[in-house]
Design a protein around this ligand. Structure first.
Ligand code: IDP
Ligand code: MG
Length: 169
């Protein structure tokens, strides 16, 4: 089944200069990258992304983690991969959530760690099913930032809304 999946290279992955390694590992899947960008993550975005975990004791820490507060890297790289069985392929390469339990050769097994305060720093996020992928992709990307039509869109006219444009071309 053709699927889309959101992948985030988290602030620890960026701080450890793992972007190239992670993208190389993910390229083994032969999936297509249909969207990619760097994002400065607001508290609102992080809380919405992890809203299903808001009752967990580690919620506050993972919000700070995703925002880059733990790594002095206030950004993540967000990508959408698309193709056959994209979710299973990417999650298998990523490995288990707990980096100590992740297979040693998986991305998280290779590069993740558990901090002294108990946060699983596991260098990347991968959506876990189709419903989560759709919700997350719509949260992180606008339709025009994705080069294929993944989900239904509607036309909207934003009246008198200021936009930033290049001063010169
Ligand atoms: P996933 O990223 O493998 O889908 P989730 O359960 O969605 O795992 O958790 C989101 C993130 O929260 C994890 O990637 C990890 O950084 C952190 N996390 C999850 N469970 C724990 C835990 O038990 N202790 C500490 N951090 C956790
Ligand atoms: Mg998850």
């Amino acid at each position: 089944m053709e699927q889309a999946v959101l992948v985030l290279i988290k602030p620890d992955g960026l701080k450890k200069s793992l972007t190239g390694n992670i993208l190389t590992r993910l390229s083994e899947t032969k999936l297509e990258i249909v969207a990619a960008k760097m994002v400065r993550v607001s508290k609102e975005l992080a809380e919405e992304h992890y809203r299903h975990l808001k009752d967990k004791p580690f919620f506050g820490e993972i919000i700070k983690y995703l925002q880059g507060d733990l790594h002095d890297r206030k950004k993540v790289m967000a990508l959408v991969y698309w193709g056959k069985d994209a979710i299973t392929k990417c999650r298998t390469l990523a490995g288990a959530t707990n980096p100590e339990e992740a297979e040693a050769t998986s991305i998280r097994g290779s590069y993740g760690r558990i901090t002294t305060s108990g946060v699983y720093e596991n260098v990347l996020h991968v959506s876990s099913d189709d419903t989560e992928a759709e919700r997350e992709i719509k949260l992180w990307f606008k339709p025009e930032e994705i080069i294929v039509d993944l989900y239904a869109t509607k036309s909207a006219v934003l009246k008198d809304s200021p936009v930033k444009a290049w001063a010169e071309k």
